[in-house]
Design a protein around this ligand. Structure first.
Ligand SMILES: [Zn+2]
Length: 446
């Protein structure tokens, strides 16, 4: 079983940036602590090339006829030149409400990670709306990134948009390092790493996530040059920002793309994180975070966040595209989940908090990753077998801003998290044949 990347870089969430690292992203990719500073609130790039895509599309339409118009919608993913300035997005009109502005500032200063007293529903709606900006996801890719690679990414985004609705603004960054025979160390650093780092850092700066452009570019040039194979990471939105910009970047996307539909699947996995993040609107609870507790108004423990992203990505791929690896990957996950239970007796509750995660990783290297992804994916399959397939997306996440994750969990699924832990532990003792019957019962099309 290849290395399971633990999302250890969650430390970054302290100041509103959290990085989720996916299985397979190599250690080389986690050299930097990913703690981005939030300083500037007044920098926006003028978008000189805003109409560029329009002219290109118009020219193509003249040549090829009208079907292209029908194909492009307000959320259709688009590629953009690495040298283009970052698009200028606008905040929803509710953000100009002076009393909202004051409240957001107060909440930001308090760093309590929870809604204010009183009727906060309109504020919550305003923040959620900001994360559903009517804007096309933008893909920044170097020349070494293959056309098929970009197509696979676009497919993943489109499936995500169809099932989860639009989240954004969203930018994606692809470096073209190839793990193949030609590189001296088994891979070639992409010669456009600096240009990609520039596009990446310009975006971070334009949407208030990082201030020092030159330091950022130098850090990320080094990082992109070292990216090997294969993985992706997600950066969540800045707290209380009218532009809830999110981004992903990939390691070894060309290699991933050559491995069948895995790049599409990982894109969907990351897109599910954007959906989860869209309901994480009250910032970070610094005290809870420092105490290693699960924050109330977060998507829940890391296993739940990752288990949902991984399981839903696999299931949705299976249902939307006949993804052939759904069954085989879930079987691998089950072997891993059964192994960790049998060998170490470890459960999801053991990795609920950061102290728990540290303890588990001392017991067994990589056990944390197995629990967050493998055991948790099966816990989610089991959960859906009990409550139905639409509850996670439709009932759980949308209630988190109002109830916090624990109460939202109870309301959506009709059981507390502790009751669920007990049930999952019993489920993990089922015979393998009975467990696999749940997998066989997943309908291919809904
Ligand atoms: Zn993830």
């Amino acid at each position: 079983m290849p290395g399971k990347g633990a999302p250890s870089a969650r430390a970054g969430q302290r100041i509103g940036i959290k990085l989720t690292l996916e299985p397979g992203l190599t250690q080389q990719a986690v050299i930097y602590p990913y703690v981005f500073e939030v300083f500037s609130r007044d920098v926006h790039h003028k978008n000189k090339t805003m109409n560029h895509n329009f002219y290109v599309i118009a020219a193509l339409v003249l040549v090829l006829g009208t079907p292209l118009i029908a194909a492009a919608g307000p959320y259709t993913p688009a590629t953009r030149s690495l040298s283009a300035s970052s698009p200028k997005y606008t905040a929803p009109t509710c953000f100009s409400n002076p009393s909202y502005k004051k409240t957001f500032q107060r909440l930001r200063d308090a760093a309590k990670g929870r809604p204010p007293a009183g009727n906060f529903r309109p504020l919550a709606k305003c923040l959620i709306l900001a994360g559903k900006k009517k804007a096309r996801p933008i893909i920044y890719a170097t020349k070494k990134v293959k056309k098929k690679t970009i197509r696979d990414v676009k497919t993943g985004l489109k499936i995500g948009q169809r099932i989860l609705g639009n989240t954004g603004p969203l930018h994606l960054f692809l470096v073209g390092n190839n793990k193949d025979e030609s590189g001296p160390k088994g891979y070639d650093p992409d010669p456009q790493s600096r240009q990609l780092a520039t596009a990446y850092c310009r975006s971070l700066k334009a949407y208030d996530l990082r201030d020092d452009l030159s330091g950022c570019i130098s850090d990320w040039t080094k990082t992109f040059r070292k990216f090997d194979c294969c993985g992706a990471a997600h950066n969540p939105a800045a707290e209380f920002n009218g532009i809830r910009y999110q981004s992903f970047y990939y390691a070894g996307a060309n290699v991933y793309s050559r491995q069948g539909a895995d790049l599409t699947k990982v894109t969907l996995h990351e897109y599910i994180h954007t959906y989860q993040n869209n309901y994480t609107i009250w910032g970070n609870d610094i005290a809870a975070e420092n105490a290693g507790l699960v924050e109330d108004y977060s998507p829940g423990p890391v296993w739940l966040e990752e288990g949902v992203a991984e399981y839903l990505a696999l299931r949705i791929m299976y249902q939307e595209t006949n993804y052939p690896s759904f069954i085989s990957k879930m079987k691998e996950n089950l072997e891993s989940a059964r192994w960790i239970k049998k060998t170490h007796g470890l459960t999801l509750k053991d990795v609920e908090t950061r102290q728990g995660q540290a303890r588990v990783n001392k017991i067994c290297d990589g056990c944390g990753g197995r629990l967050y992804y493998d055991t948790a994916a099966w816990a989610m399959l089991y959960l859906e077998s009990l409550v139905g397939e639409d509850k996670l997306i439709k009932k759980y996440y949308p209630q988190i801003p109002y109830l916090g994750w624990k109460r939202a969990f109870k309301k959506a699924f009709g059981m507390s998290i502790n009751q669920f832990y007990t049930k999952v532990n019993r489920f993990m003792n089922w015979s393998e044949a009975s467990q696999l019957r749940l997998l066989a019962a997943v309908k291919k099309s809904r």
